[in-house]
Design a protein around this ligand. Structure first.
Ligand SMILES: [Zn+2]
Length: 450
């Protein structure tokens, strides 16, 4: 296979039989189809014709849980105090202002911000389906298609996790703001989502908003849709104790057990947050090899609590990471939070290695979004990677062999210099090549909603 383009990495974090290692002078040849044709460590100086990537090259990050429009809440929800539920009221206010055109502008800017942070794939947990009052757009998938188009414009991959959201609580009708989210019943949801078309950069998955939002007897319809297509299935789980209490009152079982009883759990399912679980819940998630997506910066912002990520991982659940409400968009901050939160809780260090945290943010995140051919820098994988500078005020000093530790425990999104998706150089020297002024795009898209 002849190379279409060749990158040369000063250092790169590469898979190895004994675990990932940082190699130097790594040639990464990209072949047809945007896949890595060959990886050659210790190749000597950057040859002419290759594109030089200074610093440490990592696989692209997968942002496994996103609600793009929550980016408009940044700052607004930090004024004064409030609860999870008052935060949600503010979120509904912004949701009410969006239409397919304004969502395209906002999501393009948000996905461009993600690209600048080294994120090459996003799992968009999308429930803002209809016009205010629940009126159908002429194209009932206009909002979802705007998100797919936004990812294309920002140069990243997307898995649109089209979300079934039918009720405001166990047995309760949707509230006025929630009418935009509801298809009426799960069969109508399935009919609509079946019209969504994947693309080279886009795949379609399913989501159950939560056990609050989909009546128990309709959970199986959503699970069946995903099983028949071997598609990813995501669901918010036990983020707040109030959800557990309401589920126990309505069904006599925990949300995890309810999902398990209706066929929602399994290796293609990701449960998001999983903050408040019983021992039995943890066994059920591990017995079904269910993936757990942690969103540490959102969970701390919303005062959810610290989920049992370490116990879940030790029980065999793959762990992934998401920026969810986009209080910040920084995959390094999400990764180190898993370890640092655990240190605060236990007052001991050393629960996760930097390598394990990077794996959660890259390979396992991609697999949870249905992109199992991405997330590793090796021949045959999609050529999706990012380069973190090792000469900034945050990262300078340690020897480059400690690149994984520097990236996870000291770097920020601002240290990402280059991003490549499918072999295409979408961020060069910290500048997005497709969205020239990302801050301006964010400011204009958010101002349009005020
Ligand atoms: Zn969420």
């Amino acid at each position: 296979m002849s190379a279409v383009v060749t990158y040369w990495a000063e250092h790169a974090w590469l898979p190895h039989v004994n675990g990932p290692v940082v190699e130097r002078d790594v040639l990464i040849a990209v072949g047809p189809g945007g896949r890595i044709a060959k990886v050659t460590p210790d190749s000597g100086p950057c040859p002419s014709g290759a594109i030089r990537l200074g610093g440490l090259v990592l696989p692209g990050h997968a942002n496994a849980h996103s609600h793009a429009f929550h980016r408009a809440l940044r700052g607004n929800v930090q004024v004064g105090s409030g609860t999870f539920w008052t935060w949600r009221d503010t979120m509904y206010r912004f949701a009410g202002a969006l239409d397919p055109d304004s969502y395209l502008e906002l999501a393009t800017a948000v996905y461009a911000e993600m690209a600048l942070a080294g994120i090459t794939a996003v799992g968009e947990f999308h429930y803002l389906h209809h016009a205010p009052g629940g009126v159908r757009y002429d194209n009932p998938n206009a909002m979802g298609e705007a998100l797919i188009e936004a990812a294309l414009r920002a140069g990243i991959r997307i898995t649109l996790l089209d979300t079934c959201y039918l009720s405001s609580g166990f047995g309760a009708e949707p509230t006025k703001p929630q009418l935009r989210f509801s298809d009426g019943d799960a069969d109508s949801w399935a009919e609509r989502i079946s019209e969504l078309k994947p693309a080279e950069h886009a795949r379609i998955g399913a989501a159950v908003h939560s056990v609050r939002a989909v009546p128990a007897e309709q959970l199986g319809t959503v699970a069946h849709w995903a099983v028949m297509r071997k598609a990813p299935l995501h669901v918010h789980l036990s983020e707040q104790t109030a959800e557990n209490d309401a589920c126990l009152a309505a069904h006599g079982v925990t949300p995890t057990r309810l999902l398990g009883d209706h066929g929602v759990l399994g290796p293609r399912t990701s449960v998001v947050h999983a903050t408040h679980l019983t021992d039995e819940d943890i066994h059920l998630l591990s017995d079904t090899s269910t993936v757990v997506c942690m969103c540490p910066t959102t969970e701390r912002d919303l005062a959810d609590g610290i989920g049992p990520a370490r116990r879940l991982a030790s029980s065999g659940c793959p762990i992934t990471l998401g920026s969810d409400s986009h209080a910040v968009i920084d995959p390094f901050e999400e990764a180190r939070a898993l370890e640092l939160d655990e240190r605060l809780r236990t007052r001991t260090r050393g629960h996760w290695t930097a390598n394990a945290l990077l794996r959660a943010s890259t390979e396992d995140g991609h697999a949870s979004l249905g992109w199992s051919e991405a997330g590793r820098i090796e021949a045959g994988s999609l050529a999706d990677f990012c380069a973190v500078a090792l000469d900034t005020v945050r990262t300078a000093g340690p020897r480059p062999a400690l690149g994984a530790e520097i990236a996870v425990f000291a770097a920020s999104a601002a240290d990402v210099r280059h991003v490549v998706v499918g072999g295409r150089h979408i961020v060069k020297d910290g500048v997005h090549q497709l969205v020239p002024d990302v801050p301006k795009a964010l400011a204009e898209a958010i101002a349009a909603l005020q």
